[in-house]
Design a protein around this ligand. Structure first.
Ligand SMILES: [Zn+2]
Length: 639
């Protein structure tokens, strides 16, 4: 009877978990609010989440089946006699897809059919595991001899990291440990055979650290933290096993704390930084803190306006500082997502809103652009300029390396978990959209908060608090909003802004309403001239959204690259209900030469060309190329 009671008490806890459980992390200032505690209502994010649940997740499973990706597991278990298909890392894509469904189950947004499909896939995965705990469909059965032979490219531990994250999300969404136990068995296999005093091993792609540390947080088993440390520190026995340039590219093998700048493969780098920040939160290691601060400062010279990172196609890598070409921008969706993961962790570690600024920038722009409005096409690259060549297919249903689609799915399905945090002194609001939150403060006081807003289309947010007690409500004040008008229970207040948050401390009464009005005036954004591509150009932003110009929206018969902004003229916001799922467009009286650029010679003397006026229109960047192939530019020449 006692056991049953204990189980009953434990079961709800499995469901009430944040994205990262930093509740006991000694060096975390903020602590997550469970995904299940936040219900996202109709607003900006609901159509994106609906498209994920209703279209993206089901159609990706169909594509997995068509491309043999689930069969890879059935092949190993003997359930199907088929050749292995796809690159070595395909297992990870299935795991990310499962993780997304795990999050959807946490927030109660996954339909029963999707859960059933996922359970069948989990069954196929579990049936394929070796008796010794090893699992990776690329190195089992007839391929077992290749196991741990080419650690640089094999992605064995990368796949395991995603398996663990999926297992954790699934367990938190359902209470079922089946998938997590598969992952834990492979971790135990690693701990048995590898590490200090045993065989050396390294990961060719950081990822396992994040998952091992979350596994440590949820289990309390310190060996998992120690294993994460082993990967972050690198094993000196591995250094001569890779080429010197790979020490940069891989972002592994050598100690994380030896890094001096963001370099190499961008997704690897962002995941490495995320894992290192997790490690810092658990240990308070000052060496890690110093390196993370240095690398974050470097991000300030290597990030696109959209929050995307990794400008070079060669090696899918970071370029030099200020090397941010627009048309050639690589900016993989996964890298923007990695940037969000890292900044979310830094925010939890410090409570500093500068990290949430980056998170929100990448969320609304460089990551949000990665999935089409319909939820069935994905960007691998997210460039800031296109010439409009129909052959230049930027959105596709499937990629041979299909890492980005399920990464976008897991971000959108876990989104409720990124709205709030708690700290010793109160509640933090990071993101604005219609939602209701029901959770507790760290002293146990029950708290409910309801947001009503048309953000990001309008700047007004109404927050109704249902709690009794004295605590601080920390409301994020984005830096782009030069002022923020605040009323509390009808009275105008001017709260102090601390590290990007408006701090409102008072004895709250149920029904107290806070109204914040952010400044949504369209902004002309200039770029540091060291970004050579952007000299003589401006970008337009409104609220958290970066805007872009697409050729098909401009006056008929004109070429996109002929247009120039007239910086003296305003940008008029206009709600367009039937366009791109409902967006605020910006209209502007711009200029173009009377003689199109295309009719002028390549070189010639400087001419004073007469200019003609016309009205141009901009749309939010995330919605680019959702209609027909057309030219596009974020950075626009100006006068
Ligand atoms: Zn990707």
């Amino acid at each position: 009877m006692k056991t049953i009671l204990v189980l009953l008490l434990l079961i709800p806890a499995a469901f009430a978990q944040p994205v990262l459980d930093t509740s006991k992390s000694p060096s975390a200032v903020l602590h997550g609010v469970p995904v299940s505690a936040v219900k996202v209502g109709d607003g900006f994010w609901s159509p994106r989440r609906k498209a994920t649940v209703e279209t993206s997740l089901p159609t990706l499973l169909v594509l997995f089946e068509e491309n043999g990706i689930i069969d890879n597991f059935r092949r190993v278990s003997g359930r199907k006699d088929v050749p292995r298909r796809g690159p070595v890392y395909t297992d990870s894509d299935v795991y990310k897809w499962l993780e997304a469904i795990g999050f959807a189950l946490q927030s109660g947004d996954a339909p029963a059919g999707l859960r059933k499909s996922a359970e069948a896939v989990i069954d196929d995965i579990a049936a394929s595991q070796d008796k010794n705990g090893y699992i990776n469909t690329s190195f089992m059965g007839d391929k077992v001899a290749q196991r741990h032979t080419a650690m640089r490219g094999n992605h064995e531990l990368y796949c395991l990291g995603h398996l663990l994250q999926a297992g954790i999300a699934w367990q938190r969404g359902t209470g079922d440990r089946k998938l997590l136990d598969v992952g834990v068995r492979m971790v135990e296999y690693l701990i048995r055979d590898f590490g200090p005093g045993k065989k050396p091993i390294f990961e060719g792609h950081p990822e396992i650290e994040l998952s091992l540390i979350e596994l440590y947080r949820s289990s309390g088993d310190r060996r998992y933290l120690e294993l994460a440390k082993y990967f972050l520190e690198g094993d000196p026995r591995n250094v001569d096993k890779v080429r010197p340039q790979d020490l940069v590219y891989l972002n592994t093998v050598i100690p994380f704390t030896s890094r001096t700048q963001l370099e190499g493969h961008a997704v690897r780098s962002m995941y490495a930084c995320s894992g290192a920040t997790d490690y810092y939160m658990e240990t308070g290691d000052k060496k890690y803190q110093a390196v993370l601060e240095k690398l974050w400062a470097d991000l300030g010279t290597k990030m696109y306006l959209t929050g995307g990172v990794g400008s070079r196609a060669q090696g899918e890598a970071f370029g030099e500082s200020y090397e941010l070409p627009n048309r050639a921008a690589y900016t993989e969706s996964c890298a923007a997502i990695g940037n969000m993961f890292w900044n979310w962790r830094l925010l939890q570690a410090t409570g500093d809103g500068k990290f949430m600024e980056v998170f929100e920038r990448a969320l609304y722009n460089g990551a949000n652009s990665g999935m089409s409005l319909g939820g069935n096409l994905y960007c691998y690259r997210n460039p800031l300029e296109l010439i409009g060549d129909p052959k230049d297919k930027i959105r596709n249903p499937w990629y041979n390396t299909t890492c980005c689609p399920p990464n976008l799915q897991r971000i959108l399905m876990s989104l409720p978990g990124y709205f709030y945090s708690t700290s010793k002194d109160g509640l933090w609001v990071h993101l604005y959209d219609n939602n209701s939150m029901k959770w507790k403060l760290e002293d146990g006081t029950a708290v409910e908060l309801n947001q009503v807003t048309k953000y990001p289309w309008e700047g007004r947010v109404e927050l109704t608090v249902a709690a009794s007690g004295t605590f601080t409500l920390h409301l994020r004040k984005p830096v782009w909003s030069h002022n923020a008008k605040v009323t509390v229970a009808g009275a105008t207040v001017t709260p102090a802004v601390e590290k990007g948050y408006l701090s409102i401390r008072r004895a709250w009464k149920p029904g107290d309403k806070v109204v914040v009005e952010f400044d949504m005036t369209p902004r002309l954004t200039a770029s540091n001239p060291l970004v050579r591509d952007n000299i003589g150009k401006l970008a337009i932003e409104r609220g958290p959204l970066v805007y872009t110009m697409e050729g098909l929206d401009q006056p008929a018969g004109t070429a996109l690259f002929d247009w120039r902004i007239d910086a003296r003229n305003p940008f008029r916001p206009e709600w367009q209900n039937g366009m791109l799922g409902g967006v605020v467009t910006l209209k502007h009286a711009a200029l173009r030469p009377s003689k199109p650029h295309a009719e002028r010679p390549l070189y010639g003397e400087v001419l004073k060309t007469p200019m003609v006026r016309g009205e141009i229109m901009l749309i939010p960047y995330y919605a680019f190329q959702n209609r027909e192939p057309t030219a596009m530019q974020v950075w626009i020449p100006y006068r």
